[in-house]
Design a protein around this ligand. Structure first.
Ligand SMILES: CC(=O)SCCNC(=O)CCNC(=O)[C@H](O)C(C)(C)COP(=O)(O)OP(=O)(O)OC[C@H]1O[C@@H](n2cnc3c(N)ncnc32)[C@H](O)[C@@H]1OP(=O)(O)O
Length: 134
C-alpha cells in the first residue's frame, strides 16, 4: 500500500519497542506479538469510528516480510479503507527501526475487519452509537 522504501509520513497509531519478553525460545520476536500490536492499532481506529465496542472478525493478507529484533522500535500505521453496515475494514502496516539507526523497513501488513458491537455483543450499525443516538 505504501512505498516499501519509506515509512508512511503520517503519525503511527501505535509506537512501541520489541522487548525480550516478546521473543520465542530462539530469541526472535513472535509473529503473534506483532499480530497483537496490529490488532490493537486497528482496534483503536475501530473504536474511534464506531464510538464504542467492536471486535475483530477477520484478518486477511497477513504477510511477514522481515523479522523484528529485540530493541527495535515498531510503528503501526493504519488506514480506514471502508465502512460497511456493521463492519470496518482497516489496513495496517508494521515498520521496524533499529534503535540507533534512522532507516525503517516494513515488516508486516494485513487487512483487519472489525465489527461494531452492541451491549450484548451483537453486530450493530457502525454509524449508530450503542445507546442508539444516531
Ligand atoms: C476484543 C476482540 O477483538 S477479540 C478478537 C476475537 N474476535 C471475536 O471474539 C469476535 C467473535 N465473533 C463474533 O462475536 C461475531 O462474529 C460478531 C458479533 C462479531 C459478528 O456476528 P455475525 O452474526 O457473524 O455478523 P454478520 O454475519 O452480520 O457480519 C457482520 C459484518 O462482518 C462482515 N464479515 C463477516 N465475515 C467476514 C469476513 N470473513 N471477512 C470480512 N468481513 C466479514 C459482514 O459482511 C458484515 O459486514 P456489514 O454489516 O458491514 O455488511
Amino acid at each position: 500500500m505504501s512505498d516499501p522504501a519509506a515509512a508512511p509520513s503520517r503519525n503511527p497509531t501505535i509506537r512501541t519497542i520489541a522487548m525480550p519478553a516478546d521473543t520465542n525460545p530462539a530469541g526472535d520476536i513472535f509473529g503473534g506479538w506483532l499480530m497483537s500490536q496490529m490488532d490493537l492499532a486497528a482496534g483503536t481506529v475501530a473504536a474511534l469510528t464506531a464510538h464504542g465496542r467492536s471486535a475483530t472478525i477477520a484478518v486477511e493478507g497477513m504477510k511477514f516480510l522481515r523479522p523484528v529484533k529485540v530493541g527495535d522500535e515498531v510503528s503501526l500505521f493504519t488506514e480506514l479503507l471502508k465502512v460497511g453496515r456493521s463492519s470496518m475494514h482497516i489496513h495496517v502496516e508494521a515498520w521496524r527501526r533499529e534503535r540507533d539507526h534512522e532507516h525503517s523497513e516494513k515488516v508486516t501488513e494485513a487487512r483487519f475487519t472489525f465489527v461494531a458491537l452492541d451491549g450484548e455483543g451483537r453486530a450493530r450499525p457502525v454509524r449508530s452509537a450503542p445507546g442508539g443516538d444516531g
